[in-house]
Every structure is written in structure tokens, then in C-alpha cells.
Design a protein around this ligand. Structure first.
Ligand SMILES: [Fe+2]
Length: 224
């Protein structure tokens, strides 16, 4: 488990629309996860469409806005009631944001992004399978600290948190992504097993994960 370096995602090469979405979601503790999902999507699928990239970048947006289903469910990480509620709420929130823009992106773009966000947990169709795989890779790579946080917070035991890692890796379909996921999974499991000995400042880690300025290496404005 590591802190991200400042500007780790400076070369993400986001479109102006994607950049605006990052400004919209700035401060979200999963901002880093979203950026990394988009980067993984391009890595495992170089021909990824703008819709696939945008869906990857925003798929979990709903968790930034209070009122959604708990992201630490008590009846399993693969509970369809949770997965569908989370995916639908994210798709609705992202669609609303896209439609509120002036000019709004075209209808076909909005509908395709919506479909991919709706399917990001379950896959189905090659594009959705890549979003799901990129989400999994990104979770294992950038949210290893959150499973440790759950244990330290007494929200889950190590075995229960491990189910999230297992679910995340087992659902991946494209073989290129399975290969990439295994070392990330092993490292996330090691971090989780050592949760009780963790010395990382998890509050700080969470802050960095949500800081657009830090993650993209933007200059800090002068104060005073
Ligand atoms: Fe995600």
C-alpha cells in the first residue's frame, strides 16, 4: 500500500468533458479510483470509445452524493439489490449532469454512457465487460487501503473484507485483464492480511484519493 505521488495522473490525457467531470467530482474519496479506472480501460482496450472512457471515469459517481445505498452492504458485495441500486443511481446522476451541460453532448453519447454505467458491476457485452474489468483492476490497485480501513474501523473482519477482493477479481472476463489483475490482487490481499499492523495514515490516504489538484499535479494557488 502506498500513497499516490503528486501528479501521478498528470498524463491521463482527459478530454475537456472528462476534465469538467473531474472538477464536478473533486473531493470525492473515489476520485483516484475513477481516474485509474479510465486509465485501465484505455490500457486493456486501446480502441476504447469516448463513451467507454467516460463511463469508466464516472461509473461510481453516485457515492459522492448523500442518499444512496450503503457501499458497505451487510449481505455480501455481490448482492444484486445493492449492485443494481448503486449502478442505477450512478447512471441517473451522470445522465443528469451530462444533460445539464450547455451544449449537452449528443443523445447517442448520453445513452451509451448510461448503458455502460448501468452494466459496470455486471458486465454483459464486450464494452461493458471492459468497464467492469477496468473497475476491478482500479479497485485492486488504488482502493487496497479502503479494505484495510474497513477492518480498522471494525466494519468488517479481514475475512469479510477479503470477499470484496475475491468478488472483484473473480468477475473479470477479458483475459488480458485477468492477467493484469492477479499481482494486484495478491498485493491487496497481503495489505489486508496485515491490516492490524498498518501504519499508513488512512485519513490522509482518503484525502489524497479525492484531491483533483494533488492527483493531477496542479499547482497550489498562492495563499494570502
Ligand atoms: Fe468502481
Amino acid at each position: 500500500m502506498e500513497y499516490p505521488t503528486r501528479g501521478r495522473y498528470a498524463n491521463a490525457a482527459l478530454s475537456p468533458l472528462e476534465d469538467d467531470a473531474m472538477a464536478w467530482l473533486d473531493g470525492f474519496y473515489q476520485l483516484e479510483h475513477l481516474i485509474a479506472t479510465r486509465m485501465w480501460a484505455v490500457k486493456i482496450c486501446p480502441e476504447a470509445s469516448p463513451e467507454l472512457r467516460f463511463a469508466a471515469l464516472t461509473h461510481d459517481a453516485e457515492r459522492f452524493f448523500p442518499g444512496g445505498p450503503s457501499s458497505t452492504p451487510s449481505n455480501g458485495f455481490d448482492d444484486p439489490d445493492y449492485l443494481f441500486a448503486h449502478s442505477t443511481r450512478s447512471a441517473n446522476i451522470v445522465e443528469e449532469w451530462l444533460r445539464s451541460r450547455s451544449p449537452a453532448p449528443d443523445e447517442a453519447f448520453i445513452r451509451r454512457v448510461r448503458r455502460l454505467i448501468l452494466r459496470h458491476e455486471i458486465g454483459g457485452g464486450w464494452e461493458a465487460d471492459f468497464v467492469q474489468a477496468a473497475d476491478s483492476l482500479s479497485f485492486l490497485e488504488t482502493l487496497d487501503w479502503i479494505t484495510v480501513d474497513w477492518v480498522r474501523d471494525d466494519r468488517y473482519t479481514i475475512a469479510q473484507a477479503r470477499e470484496k477482493l475475491d468478488f472483484t477479481v473473480e468477475r473479470i472476463r477479458p483475459s488480458i485483464a485477468v492477467t493484469a489483475a492477479l499481482p494486484l490482487y495478491e498485493s491487496a490481499v497481503r495489505a489486508l492480511d496485515a491490516a492490524e499492523d498498518c501504519t499508513m495514515d488512512l485519513k490522509r490516504r482518503r484525502e489524497l484519493a479525492g484531491s483533483r489538484r494533488y492527483l493531477f499535479g496542479r499547482p497550489i494557488p498562492p495563499t494570502g
